[in-house]
Design a binder for this molecule. Structure first.
Ligand code: GDP
Ligand code: IMO
Ligand code: MG
Length: 425
């Protein structure tokens, strides 16, 4: 068996959580391979709306194994809150949630360093979720990090050593007054460490590889999106992990030869939260209409998401980097009420038209768009592709022809049930 990877092709929030929940019945093992509580993955079913941050989106289905892989960074305080809110629904997670001992810990001081760094950057800030992601991965790569497995031995000493180093930076480099916030964060953080100890901390690379060997099916759930990848995203306005398909290999300990299907998920338009370039952004009433129709407000921070038309230059780039084998189009219903829909097919850079994703997305870059007819139909009640309006069929066909990759699922609402498999080709 191979591992299927589901990942975002845009700037995150494509609807990964919803689709992983929908697809989970097909899989035995559901894993997260990178990122941390900067992610907010929303699931809706049986009148429940749930946002997951660190825990894989397979958690609400019975008899599934969920794994937080080594590539993830975990904040015990936030983890405890997640566990508490799921346990309130009567679900005991200690039996079907496993955590890699090699996953790195986000310390309270990492969150403070994130805040201090963003404040110091002023106008050029990244727009981080302030969950401590950057400073934690920095410590990991700098070989200074603490891992989940470390909490079992001499932890207090290791923790204090690291925190002392962070305090030095906070004071000397940022002149940051941390005392009050640190005390507050530490309280929930240490309570979280006790909760963490109730879980099965394992060598998850062995669990996953054994599962593959034993014929079990595995899905890897990405966080963020390709355009936020540390290597291939719109650097420096990115997150600090490899969100792309290769990240599943390093973040789970699986060989590239073990990757099966790569499910690339995108919105029928585009959004971005945080700072950084966004070629097709609409800062007008059309953008506001997308925001309203799509309820585009961050699942983790509540910030309004920036909205714009679908960007095929960026989408094709993401498909190339990830080796996407199937496309999943989300939030088609958000375009229900548009007479026409624009799609960016090339960029104009300094008077020259190009379909190549450039080194830098400069402010002077102008998206070149074509206009397609809207479907002016309520998609949210449709349950079969046969009932799709012709204009939606043409929209899908256009994307397939441009990218060369088939669309296998179209989502027409936030609920589990509003998911349509495409079988006719
Ligand atoms: P993720 O981070 O990729 O899991 O995505 P988020 O959960 O942050 O954001 C997606 C948002 O869109 C959530 O509020 C979902 O409930 C919602 N959503 C998902 N699919 C659809 C869809 O097809 N139509 C609409 N209208 N909303 C959707
Ligand atoms: P999901 O998994 C959308 C953005 C932040 C910021 C940049 C860096 O829900 O799709 P960080 O906190 O990682 O240092 O922030 O990345 N960002 C996301 N945007 N969805 C996410 O996750 C995101 N995680 C981080 O807004 O611009
Ligand atoms: Mg999200």
């Amino acid at each position: 068996m191979k591992v299927d990877v589901l990942l975002g092709l845009q700037w995150g929030d494509e609807g990964k959580g919803k689709v992983v929940d929908v697809l989970t019945p097909k899989y035995d093992v559901i894993t997260r391979f990178q990122g941390g509580p900067n992610a907010g993955h929303t699931l809706e079913f049986n009148n429940i709306k749930h946002v997951l941050h660190t825990i894989p989106s397979g958690i609400f289905r019975e008899n599934k194994v969920n794994v937080i892989g080594n590539g993830v960074v975990l904040d015990p305080g936030i983890f405890k809150k997640e566990i508490d809110s799921i346990e309130k629904l009567g679900i005991d997670l200690t039996k079907n949630l496993y955590i890699s001992r090699k996953a790195h810990l986000i310390l309270p001081t990492h969150r403070l360093l994130d805040a201090a760094s963003e404040a110091a950057k002023g106008k050029s800030k990244i727009g981080s979720t302030l969950k401590g992601i950057g400073p934690t991965y920095r410590d990991k790569i700098g070989r200074d990090g603490l891992r989940v497995g470390d909490i079992l031995e001499n932890f207090e000493e290791k923790y204090q050593q690291r925190v002392a180093a962070h305090k030095e930076i906070l004071t000397r480099m940022y002149d940051y007054d941390y005392a009050e916030q640190l005390a507050e964060f530490e309280k929930e953080w240490f309570a979280g460490i006790e909760v963490l100890k109730k879980f099965q901390m394992i060598n998850s690379e062995s669990l996953i590889n054994n599962a593959i060997k034993n014929g079990q099916s595995v899905i890897a759930e990405g966080a963020q999106g390709t355009l936020l990848d540390i290597d291939f995203g719109s650097y420096p306005f990115v997150t600090s992990s490899n969100t792309v398909c290769a990240g599943a290999c390093t973040g789970l300990g699986i060989a590239p030869t073990k990757i099966g299907s790569v499910l690339g998920i995108f919105k029928a338009y585009c959004t971005r939260v945080g700072m950084g370039p966004f070629p097709t952004e609409l800062e007008d009433e059309v953008g506001q209409k997308l925001r309203d129709a799509g309820n585009e407000y961050g699942s983790t921070t509540g910030r309004p998401r920036r909205c714009g038309w679908l960007d095929l230059v960026a989408l094709k780039y993401s498909i190339m980097i990830n080796g996407v084998t199937e496309l999943i189009m989300m939030k088609a219903d958000v375009l229900d009420d548009f007479d026409t829909i624009k799609v960016c097919t090339s960029y104009n850079i300094d008077g020259e038209s190009t379909t190549e994703f450039p080194f830098e997305l400069k402010d002077t870059l102008k998206p070149e768009c074509i206009e397609l007819p809207g479907w002016k139909t309520d998609l949210t009640k449709i349950t079969d592709e046969k009932d799709f309006p012709e204009a939606l069929k043409s929209y899908i066909k256009f994307i397939e022809d441009e990218t060369g990759v088939p669309v296998s699922i179209v989502s027409v609402g936030p609920n589990r049930a509003q998911t349509i498999e495409i079988t006719e080709k």
